[in-house]
Design a binder for this molecule. Sequence first.
Ligand code: SME
Length: 151
Amino acid sequence: MDYKVLLEQAKDIIVDSEKNKEQKLLGICQLLFDSIPYYDWVGFYFADHNKKVLELGPYVGDETDHVVIPFGKGICGQVANSNATFLVDDVTAQDNYIACSITVKSEIVVPLFVKGVNIGQIDIDSHTIAAFTPKDQEFLENLNLEVASMF
Ligand code: SME
Protein backbone atom coordinates (compact mmCIF):
# COMPACT_ATOMS: atom_id res chain seq x y z
CA MET A 1 0.00 0.00 0.00
CA ASP A 2 1.18 3.46 -0.90
CA TYR A 3 0.77 5.38 2.34
CA LYS A 4 1.38 8.70 0.57
CA VAL A 5 -1.64 8.15 -1.66
CA LEU A 6 -3.70 6.99 1.29
CA LEU A 7 -2.77 10.09 3.27
CA GLU A 8 -3.84 12.29 0.34
CA GLN A 9 -7.17 10.43 0.16
CA ALA A 10 -7.65 10.99 3.89
CA LYS A 11 -6.89 14.71 3.45
CA ASP A 12 -9.55 14.90 0.73
CA ILE A 13 -12.08 13.57 3.26
CA ILE A 14 -10.91 16.03 5.92
CA VAL A 15 -11.48 19.06 3.65
CA ASP A 16 -14.80 17.81 2.25
CA SER A 17 -17.19 20.68 3.08
CA GLU A 18 -20.25 18.44 2.59
CA LYS A 19 -19.34 16.22 5.53
CA ASN A 20 -19.53 16.96 9.24
CA LYS A 21 -16.81 15.88 11.66
CA GLU A 22 -18.43 12.52 12.50
CA GLN A 23 -18.86 11.70 8.81
CA LYS A 24 -15.25 12.62 8.09
CA LEU A 25 -13.93 10.43 10.92
CA LEU A 26 -16.12 7.56 9.77
CA GLY A 27 -14.96 8.11 6.19
CA ILE A 28 -11.34 7.86 7.31
CA CYS A 29 -12.08 4.61 9.19
CA GLN A 30 -13.76 3.18 6.10
CA LEU A 31 -10.90 4.30 3.82
CA LEU A 32 -8.29 2.61 6.00
CA PHE A 33 -10.41 -0.52 6.56
CA ASP A 34 -10.98 -0.89 2.79
CA SER A 35 -7.43 -0.07 1.72
CA ILE A 36 -5.26 -2.15 4.01
CA PRO A 37 -6.18 -5.84 4.19
CA TYR A 38 -4.80 -6.42 7.68
CA TYR A 39 -6.69 -3.46 9.22
CA ASP A 40 -9.65 -5.46 10.55
CA TRP A 41 -11.15 -2.91 12.95
CA VAL A 42 -10.52 0.83 12.71
CA GLY A 43 -11.95 3.34 15.16
CA PHE A 44 -11.48 6.53 17.11
CA TYR A 45 -11.79 6.98 20.85
CA PHE A 46 -12.06 10.43 22.44
CA ALA A 47 -10.98 11.43 25.93
CA ASP A 48 -13.23 12.93 28.57
CA HIS A 49 -10.53 14.43 30.78
CA ASN A 50 -12.97 15.21 33.63
CA LYS A 51 -14.30 11.64 33.87
CA LYS A 52 -10.90 10.18 32.92
CA VAL A 53 -12.42 7.86 30.33
CA LEU A 54 -12.20 7.26 26.61
CA GLU A 55 -15.47 7.20 24.68
CA LEU A 56 -15.91 5.33 21.42
CA GLY A 57 -16.28 7.53 18.36
CA PRO A 58 -16.79 6.54 14.72
CA TYR A 59 -15.50 3.07 13.80
CA VAL A 60 -15.67 0.41 11.09
CA GLY A 61 -15.58 -3.28 11.96
CA ASP A 62 -17.36 -5.57 14.37
CA GLU A 63 -19.50 -3.96 17.03
CA THR A 64 -17.65 -3.59 20.32
CA ASP A 65 -18.85 -3.64 23.95
CA HIS A 66 -16.05 -1.27 24.87
CA VAL A 67 -17.73 2.06 24.35
CA VAL A 68 -16.23 3.56 27.53
CA ILE A 69 -12.67 2.72 28.61
CA PRO A 70 -11.16 4.14 31.82
CA PHE A 71 -7.78 5.86 31.46
CA GLY A 72 -5.11 3.24 32.23
CA LYS A 73 -7.19 0.24 31.18
CA GLY A 74 -6.24 -1.81 28.15
CA ILE A 75 -3.97 -0.66 25.35
CA CYS A 76 -6.21 2.32 24.65
CA GLY A 77 -6.36 3.42 28.28
CA GLN A 78 -2.60 3.17 28.60
CA VAL A 79 -2.11 5.43 25.58
CA ALA A 80 -4.48 7.98 27.15
CA ASN A 81 -1.94 8.24 30.00
CA SER A 82 1.36 7.70 28.17
CA ASN A 83 0.76 10.02 25.18
CA ALA A 84 2.80 7.56 23.09
CA THR A 85 1.93 5.19 20.26
CA PHE A 86 1.52 1.60 21.47
CA LEU A 87 2.26 -1.12 18.92
CA VAL A 88 1.35 -4.63 20.10
CA ASP A 89 2.61 -7.57 18.06
CA ASP A 90 0.81 -10.21 20.12
CA VAL A 91 -2.15 -9.17 22.25
CA THR A 92 -2.07 -12.46 24.22
CA ALA A 93 1.31 -11.41 25.66
CA GLN A 94 -0.22 -8.25 27.21
CA ASP A 95 -1.69 -8.46 30.68
CA ASN A 96 -3.31 -5.01 30.53
CA TYR A 97 -5.40 -5.68 27.46
CA ILE A 98 -9.14 -5.50 26.75
CA ALA A 99 -10.14 -8.22 24.30
CA CYS A 100 -12.78 -7.21 21.78
CA SER A 101 -12.75 -10.53 20.01
CA ILE A 102 -10.64 -13.68 20.09
CA THR A 103 -9.89 -13.15 16.40
CA VAL A 104 -7.75 -10.09 17.21
CA LYS A 105 -4.04 -10.89 17.26
CA SER A 106 -2.27 -7.52 17.09
CA GLU A 107 -3.15 -3.89 17.67
CA ILE A 108 -1.84 -0.36 17.24
CA VAL A 109 -3.08 2.71 19.11
CA VAL A 110 -1.87 6.17 18.08
CA PRO A 111 -2.68 9.25 20.17
CA LEU A 112 -4.34 12.30 18.65
CA PHE A 113 -2.95 15.64 19.81
CA VAL A 114 -4.68 18.97 19.41
CA LYS A 115 -2.59 21.95 20.56
CA GLY A 116 -0.41 19.58 22.55
CA VAL A 117 -3.33 17.90 24.36
CA ASN A 118 -3.99 14.18 23.92
CA ILE A 119 -7.69 14.32 22.98
CA GLY A 120 -8.10 10.74 21.82
CA GLN A 121 -6.65 8.13 19.55
CA ILE A 122 -7.02 5.96 16.51
CA ASP A 123 -7.19 2.26 17.37
CA ILE A 124 -6.62 -0.49 14.81
CA ASP A 125 -6.98 -4.24 15.39
CA SER A 126 -5.67 -6.97 13.13
CA HIS A 127 -6.47 -10.66 12.81
CA THR A 128 -2.83 -11.13 11.76
CA ILE A 129 -0.10 -11.51 14.35
CA ALA A 130 2.55 -8.73 14.32
CA ALA A 131 0.64 -7.04 11.49
CA PHE A 132 1.82 -3.49 12.17
CA THR A 133 5.23 -2.11 11.24
CA PRO A 134 6.97 1.21 11.93
CA LYS A 135 5.62 2.25 8.49
CA ASP A 136 2.06 1.89 9.82
CA GLN A 137 3.06 3.84 12.90
CA GLU A 138 4.56 6.66 10.80
CA PHE A 139 1.53 6.73 8.50
CA LEU A 140 -0.97 6.80 11.37
CA GLU A 141 0.96 9.49 13.24
CA ASN A 142 0.96 11.61 10.06
CA LEU A 143 -2.73 10.87 9.60
CA ASN A 144 -3.52 12.08 13.11
CA LEU A 145 -1.64 15.34 12.44
CA GLU A 146 -4.16 15.91 9.63
CA VAL A 147 -7.13 14.72 11.68
CA ALA A 148 -6.12 17.22 14.38
CA SER A 149 -6.86 20.06 11.95
CA MET A 150 -10.58 19.20 12.25
CA PHE A 151 -10.65 20.10 15.96
N1 SME B 1 -8.19 -3.75 22.65
C1 SME B 1 -8.40 -2.43 23.17
C2 SME B 1 -9.87 -2.19 23.45
C3 SME B 1 -10.60 -1.56 22.35
S1 SME B 1 -11.04 -2.65 21.14
O1 SME B 1 -9.80 -3.13 20.49
C4 SME B 1 -12.01 -1.95 20.01
C5 SME B 1 -7.58 -2.21 24.41
O2 SME B 1 -6.96 -3.13 24.94
O3 SME B 1 -7.56 -1.08 24.88
